[in-house]
Design a protein around this ligand. Structure first.
Ligand code: SF4
Length: 468
């Protein structure tokens, strides 16, 4: 089944060559962007230089730093579709004023849309000095009705055939895509094991998962600079070393901490000081951490404490996770605790009256899905049927993996579900397990993200009809 998905993916790669607003109300930038995305301004425009622009696809909303819409496609004077991002601003001067010209996140922008033209001309240029075509849109030409419901993405062409497919067939495609993804992750981990050895590779992967998307880099740096082997040798100072290298022990004044915290920080300092001079060069700069947008419960300081707990308890973790048994691994991770971090969000926060888990349920699910299962599979590389490992004492992986319940969703997943399933009432049913979520993401990356034709030339809908 996995091979069938791989074939389908390859075939796709071959095909790929290819209202007026009430006058008394000024629409907000967000509303104008929503109407742009809905296609209310049209799909054909002339740039400020007189070039012809056709919007082939509007892309998806980008709710993170960078241009407003990513993965869009346009034709310039009838050219082949050009894929890239679109920035929508209220004024032409905002490209300059908002620093897009020097921001690397805007490098791949291929269209700058604006509403108000300034008295003088403002060009849009990227950091590499490439000129970005500009289009001016007129809100006065918009149809009047507007739904305030901002969709993340629009349903794609495959929504119709998928709706008519029996549930079993959809599940089978999602399973195949999930198995393909799991095997690909396992292959990446195998490389890491070859480069760093089994335990270091696993420790690095766990750290990256504890860093979430925002702080994956600093957590990876931490484990590269403080390998598990070193932390195990220094097990008494292990937590202090991690906090020190993370740059979380820079303030020398204990008065900045709450009384209940001082004892804990003092202990960290006492253990960190003897190493500080020697390791000074390795301390991570503060700017590498991303703290905004992180839920307090997921603050990197709590996660560094969790990483220290893992390093300290490594032999026990190995025993619980070594058999490819997700229940045992999950139980071990749930059991990790810490007298300070069970009650604190950060070093400077007041103590919480309510106890919190050092690693919560949703993070454990993430660790199982993205670290431990791929890792177990990677270790069974010599098996001819890798999803049914033959190692002595190991339980078969796929049935366990297929049952993992999904704890979280995210924008990418919601976008993928909207593209493929639209308003199909079975949408929730198809995103209930980790495996199906991963399968959906794989299809989204392999087909939606490679498509330049607003679904017209995407082979997925036809291949779905043939899937048995
Ligand atoms: S690009 Fe393909 S897979 Fe994605 S929504 Fe369109 S038809 Fe479906």
């Amino acid at each position: 089944m996995t091979n069938r998905y791989a074939e389908m993916r390859e075939k796709a790669a071959r095909v790929r060559e290819q209202a007026l607003f009430p006058s008394q109300r000024i629409p907000s930038e967000l509303e104008l962007q929503a109407r742009w995305f809905a296609g209310d301004f049209g799909k054909q425009f002339l740039t400020t230089n007189g070039d012809k622009i056709d919007i082939v696809q509007f892309g998806i909303w980008n709710r993170e730093a960078g241009p407003d819409f990513s993965d869009a496609a346009i034709r310039l004077n009838g050219s082949e579709p050009i894929r890239g991002n679109i920035e929508f601003d209220l004024s032409d001067r905002n490209w300059e004023a908002h620093g897009h010209a020097i921001n690397p996140a805007f490098e791949n922008t291929m269209l700058h849309v604006f509403v108000h033209a300034s008295d003088r001309t403002f060009f849009a240029r990227t950091r590499s000095n490439r000129e970005v075509p500009q289009v001016r849109v007129d809100p006065n030409a918009l149809p009047e009705t507007f739904s305030a419901n901002l969709p993340l993405a629009r349903p794609g062409r495959c929504q119709a055939p998928l709706k008519d497919l029996p549930e079993e067939r959809v599940r089978s495609v999602l399973d195949a895509a999930a198995q393909f993804r799991l095997q690909r992750k396992a292959a990446q981990i195998r490389n890491k094991i070859d480069n760093h050895g089994r335990d270091e590779a696993l420790f690095q992967q766990l750290a990256a998962a504890l860093g979430y998307k925002e702080n994956k880099l600093p957590f990876t740096l931490l484990t590269q600079r403080l390998p598990l082997k070193l932390l195990r040798r220094q097990s008494t100072d292990c937590e202090a070393l991690l906090f020190g290298i993370a740059g979380f022990l820079q303030a020398s004044d204990l008065d900045v901490y709450e009384r209940s915290t001082r004892k804990y920080v003092r202990q960290l300092w006492d253990n960190w000081w003897p190493h500080r001079d020697e390791l000074q060069r390795l301390i991570l700069p503060g700017k590498v951490w991303r703290l905004s947008g992180t839920r307090p419960l997921n603050h990197p300081q709590r996660r560094v404490a969790a990483l220290a707990a893992l390093a300290r308890n490594w032999p026990a973790f190995q025993r619980s996770s070594g058999k490819g048994n997700s229940a045992a691994a999950s139980e071990f991770l749930q059991g990790l605790d810490h007298p300070f971090w069970n009650f604190h969000y950060t070093l400077t926060a007041d103590a919480s009256p309510k106890e919190m888990a050092l690693i919560g349920e949703s993070r454990i699910a993430e660790i199982l899905a993205n670290v431990l299962f791929p890792f177990w599979l990677a270790e069974d590389a010599d098996s001819s049927t890798p999803l049914a490992p033959r190692r002595a004492g190991r339980t078969s992986l796929w049935p366990q993996y297929a049952k993992l319940p999904a704890r979280l969703s995210n924008r990418r997943l919601e976008t993928a579900a909207t593209r493929l399933f639209g308003s199909d009432p079975r949408r929730l049913l198809f995103t209930k397990t980790v495996a199906h979520q991963q399968g959906l993401l794989q299809i989204y990356e392999d087909f939606c993200m490679q498509d330049n034709s607003d679904c017209a030339h995407c082979p997925f809908p036809e291949q779905m009809r043939k899937w048995t």
